[in-house]
Design a protein around this ligand. Sequence first.
Ligand code: F6R
Length: 648
Amino acid sequence: MHQSKQAHAKSLATSREHIPVAVYPTSTSASQAVAAEIAALIRERASRGQRAVLGLATGSTPKGVYEALVALHKSGLSFRNVVTFNLDEYWPMDDQSLQSYRRFMREYLFDHVDIDPANIHVPDGSVPRERVAEFCDSYERAIREAGGIDLQILGIGRTGHIGFNEPGSGRESRTRLITLDKVTRMDAASDFFGEWNVPKKAITMGVGTILEARQVVLLAFGEHKAPIVRRAVEGDVTSTVAASFLQNHPNARFVLDPAAAADLTRYKTPWLLGSIEDFGLRWDQNMSKRAVIWLARTLNKPITKLVDEDFNEHGLQDLLAARGSAYDLNIEVFRGMQRTITGWPGGKPPGEGGSASDPFPKRVVVFSPHPDDDVISMGGTFIRLCDQGHDVHVAYQTSGNIAVFDDDALRHVDFVREFAQAFPQLGREFTQKLEDNIESFLARKTPGTPDTPELQKIKSLIRRSEARAGARFSGVKPENIHFLDLPFYETGCVRKKPIGPEDVRITAELLDKVRPHQIYAAGDLSDPHGTHRVCLSCIIEAFKSLSHQEWTQHCVLWLYRGAWQEWAPEEIEMAVPLAPDEVKRKRLAIFKHESQKDSALFPGPSDTREFWQRAEERNRGTAELYDALGLAEYQAIEGFVRWKGSTV
Ligand code: F6R
């Protein structure tokens, strides 16, 4: 019997994947599908007069599911017959604290639905040490007495943890107190206003407890999850990746967005599974480029030295059949990459070979989500654009105030007080205000408390003056430095408001004023909740709102990647090389951000390097890659991708 094409592709993929995987176009559609499934379970149980027992997770991943469930409740879904058990809670943790998972669940779900509070179970982070073991036993008992969990929702940590079952957690482990991994604590740092405030322990359901659920759905969204998703789905079952135990569960599956799925063989190197046509793919220019770069990197050869046998021996016979000889393919990909390299990001002036129809100098707007993304992620290009005479504007989208240490704010307050004493005409009232509003607040502040508006303002000003110093150093004229202070960011907490019309209006106003030929923006497209993604969608909405204007037809939007990683080499459409001196200038521009130097308040996921070190290593890495592929050898390269009008 003939298998359908789809079934064939599925069986090819599952030859590597040891657990069912569903990939949705976006994290929102994935969350809605899971919420619909939960709703169906709740209704089906209600229709039989039975309870539905849900296992719930916290963290950034399931927020979309809870949002969708709340919406379903508003249109009639009742939670009266629902019993819930949460996976975990930090220990020690008071349930009123900002970071408590019990509080998280109230804010995202329980307070908005008609669930009976008696049916809610979240591990208690406030039980004293000597009673923890007893508490854990009682939690297990409560699950059993409820009839076991019908459907368990999970996220996955970058250590592969489910719940807080860190590497080393065994298949049989039960609810218990565990020590959090360093990576997990760094990932939680932003919620706790610094890694050192993250509790070292947590109470978590065990792997064995989770595996007893009748159905398990693990959600993962965003590119930062891609490597661990691959290990959990395609790797061996091992206690070093707790999520891999789900492979042996009879009814578990992974629900992903394309970014989290990107490292699975069927997406990354589908040719290794057979004919790519079985996956609905074609050997077009893009796919060929990906395969050729992959082959060159796998064999450690420059592109132009790849021969027919290399392709044949590495599963790429179909590519040769579709596109001709290795020679032709190599030249096509090599030339394509070579064309991406330009030392003139704004185009060449007519005297240097630029075309008369290409305006020069150009008006350029560089958007920086936080006050230092411009210099960290594209500092070399920024400096070049200024040096080459373009009219460069920089727009700092958010104040970035939450990332300033209290100590730094205090140092500035100290300066201002001394300053006021040196210039008595400012008056005693002024210094008194500083003492009352700032210094005494800081003296009694506990970790995680949001700052007073005055302190937030001071922190914003610190970042503002640093950003101005960095932009000035890069060559931007003072009048071209703009601070948008987008309102969505100004909550004083890590959690932000959604973007609103005011954010878009402020952005559109600037664009309309400058009418740029080029825009540069941070393009972390799949980061589900991050500031970068929100800032990008704001630019795109603003740009669309101006699309009736002539200038928008010719304006090019270049995306740079945020501080954490670079575009893949096959994606880069503009590669701006930097000479050693330019690398140094870029470093000095980053150094202007003193409040982020040495150790940042939000260093980002498990990376102890300073921002300038990450930037240099990343740009050097891209240059080394171009060199290894046989292109020119540079000190460093910054990579950009052109926005093509898809939605964010
Ligand atoms: C949360 C939990 C954790 C998270 C995981 C992913 O209750 O048990 O396993 O699911 O750390 O966190 P996010 O979703 O924030 O990336």
